[in-house]
Design a binder for this molecule. Structure first.
Ligand SMILES: [Zn+2]
Length: 62
């Protein structure tokens, strides 16, 4: 099972990888610092229950 997913930083637009904890449920949100510019992105994770496809949207914090 894939447990990493890619999102694009809301600040610099660079791709980042984040680890997905499937046991935390199908809808999750948390803050993660961009690995490129170190600014905080709010990530909204949605995991499809059947296909386990992962969707991530990122937003500026604050
Ligand atoms: Zn960034």
């Amino acid at each position: 099972m894939q447990n990493t997913a890619e999102y694009y930083c809301a600040y610099c637009g660079e791709p980042n990888l984040t680890f997905i904890d499937f046991s935390a449920g199908g809808d999750q949100s948390y803050v993660e610092d961009c690995q490129i510019c170190c600014r905080p992105n709010i990530l909204y994770i949605h995991i499809d229950e059947e296909s386990l496809d992962i969707e991530i949207s990122s937003e500026y914090e604050g």
